[in-house]
Design a protein. Structure first.
Length: 245
């Protein structure tokens, strides 16, 4: 049996990147394989391959737990969000988890075989049938766990989408309110200018008016301007208050 150890790799967003992880020591794995070889009385190269595969499969739960731990941290960060906070980092984390989940799932699916054929599909001449089926059980449980992880990941994506939708509505409502406030200010300014202009225009007409040519007429004109502007202001504010109700 010829065995090649793959170099250490680090995956980020589902892609292999240069790793700063220290070289993986195979001594522990080889020691365990040797011990099991003697304990279970391995006989063939197929048995040796299954023993190595069993030792490697013990790391699958660690990978799953790492994914779940990162998702749990994401949930804590999400529920600590304050209104208006940016969710870019959270979305990027979900994207990375999705890619890593897909990578692990793809690799495990490549090893997944029918339970009854676990002792013949991976390696030929396997005599340790029970051990081969144990490895298949680890792979099956890992895939089931990854399906649950995928469901939780979809729920996390839905939460993020709901937050983004809510944030969009809040921004739209704030913009609508700001626009209405600005429009209302223009209405107030226009009414405060329009009423005095109208009264001044009436008093400037070449017709006989009460108090024409006397200070009493000027006082009446100013009084009408003030009262007219106050009435217009009150009417606009009253109408706005009713709309807000």
């Amino acid at each position: 049996m010829v065995c090649h150890w793959q170099p250490c790799k680090t995956y980020r967003i589902g892609q292999s990147v240069p790793s700063d992880v220290a070289a993986f020591s195979h001594a522990g794995t080889e020691k365990e394989v040797a011990t099991r070889w003697l304990d279970q009385r391995g006989q063939t190269a197929g048995d040796l391959g299954v023993l190595f595969l069993y030792e490697l499969s013990l790391n699958y739960p660690k990978a799953r737990r790492a994914l779940w731990a990162r998702l749990n941290v994401w949930e804590q960060e999400f529920y600590r969000l304050r209104p208006g906070n940016d969710t870019t980092d959270l979305v990027e984390t979900l994207r990375e988890l999705h890619q890593l989940h897909g990578e692990l799932n793809r690799r495990l699916e490549g090893l997944n075989v029918p339970w009854k054929h676990a002792d013949t599909v991976w390696f030929a001449g396997v005599t340790l049938s029970d051990l081969a089926k144990s490895v298949d059980g680890v792979i099956d449980r890992s895939l089931d766990n990854l399906r649950s992880f995928s469901d939780s990941l979809r729920q996390a994506v839905a939460l993020t989408a709901s937050y983004a939708t809510l944030r969009h509505f809040e921004l739209a409502e704030a913009q609508k309110t700001a626009t209405e406030d600005l429009t209302h200010r223009f209405e107030l300014v226009g009414s405060l200018l329009l009423v005095p202009t109208l009264i001044a225009g009436v008093y400037g007409a070449n017709t006989l008016l009460p108090g024409g040519g006397h200070w009493s007429g000027f006082i009446a004109m100013v009084t009408l301007m003030v009262l007219g502007s106050a009435a217009a202001y009150y009417a606009l504010e009253r109408g706005r208050a009713r709309r807000l109700e």
